[in-house]
Ligand binder design. Structure first.
Ligand code: PEP
Length: 248
């Protein structure tokens, strides 16, 4: 049984004043029946960890280095995230793949570092619009999955997020049939490679998920939740998405 997960990616957004949104979210979902995750900028991890107290809210980083420490100016390591209160870390987000040239192999190395530090890795993958229109979506995501998921992956320490790049922050969403097709392919490949562990790994959809489209996406087979960008910043919107997932 895969536990549903609503994950918010705040990206490079959030100042201490925005902790009020987290307080409001926790008040509205005091005893959630699903996993709720917020991945704030690293500067807000420790304050959010203090704020959450005994609430079940989970926290995550947005990237980590493959090394645990060293001469890597500007980077952050998995043990550092863990020490600041993180339970998860997003890896291989398309914005990082595009801006920093992150390769699948680099993402797999980061995932191993995350697992060693006791973090759950949320590994992102997805096709560009050109790849989609060229009919290459399934081979592209299959190749990303094969190369960016570390051999240390288990149902407990790894989550996969399918995020078509053309749907992120654009308001464009794939058809329900397109999401279903990709998630079925990812599930089949994970099960073939990892057996029962692969069958138990959670698969999230990400890309312009909003309160208005969440329920229909969450009704799809093999959609175990969502990775949400813009709509995770406001408690009202993210809370509505959490409610839709809880009811699915
Ligand atoms: C994301 O950045 O992971 C994302 C899904 O963003 P948005 O929900 O804003 O499309």
């Amino acid at each position: 049984m895969r536990r549903k997960l609503a994950a918010g990616n705040w990206k490079m957004n959030g100042l201490p004043a925005d902790l009020a949104e987290v307080s409001a979210l926790m008040a509205a979902h005091a005893a959630p029946a699903i996993d709720i995750l917020i991945c704030p900028p690293a500067t807000l991890l420790a304050p959010m960890a203090s704020l959450r107290g005994p609430h079940a809210l989970r926290l995550g980083g947005q990237d980590c280095h493959a090394a645990s420490a060293g001469a890597h100016t500007g980077d952050i390591s998995a043990p550092m995230l863990r020490a600041a209160g993180a339970d998860y870390v997003i890896l291989g987000h398309s914005e990082r793949r595009a801006a920093y040239g992150e390769t699948d192999a680099a993402i797999a190395a980061k995932a191993m570092a995350a697992h060693s530090a006791g973090l759950i890795a949320v590994i992102c993958l997805g096709e560009t619009l050109d790849q989609r229109e060229a009919g290459q979506t399934l081979p592209i995501v299959a190749a990303q999955l094969a190369a960016s998921v570390a051999q240390s992956a288990t149902a407990q320490n790894t989550v996969i997020a399918y995020e078509p790049i053309w749907a992120i922050g654009t308001g464009r969403v794939p058809t329900l049939a397109q999401i279903t097709e990709v998630h079925a392919k990812l599930r089949a490949d994970l099960t073939q490679r990892f057996g029962a562990q692969g069958a138990g790994m959670r698969l999230l959809y990400g890309g312009s998920v909003k309160p208005s489209n969440a329920a229909e996406i969450f009704a799809l087979p093999d959609v175990d939740g969502a990775l949400v960008g813009g709509a995770s910043l406001k408690a009202a919107d993210f809370g509505a998405i959490i409610s839709a997932l809880s009811a699915a």
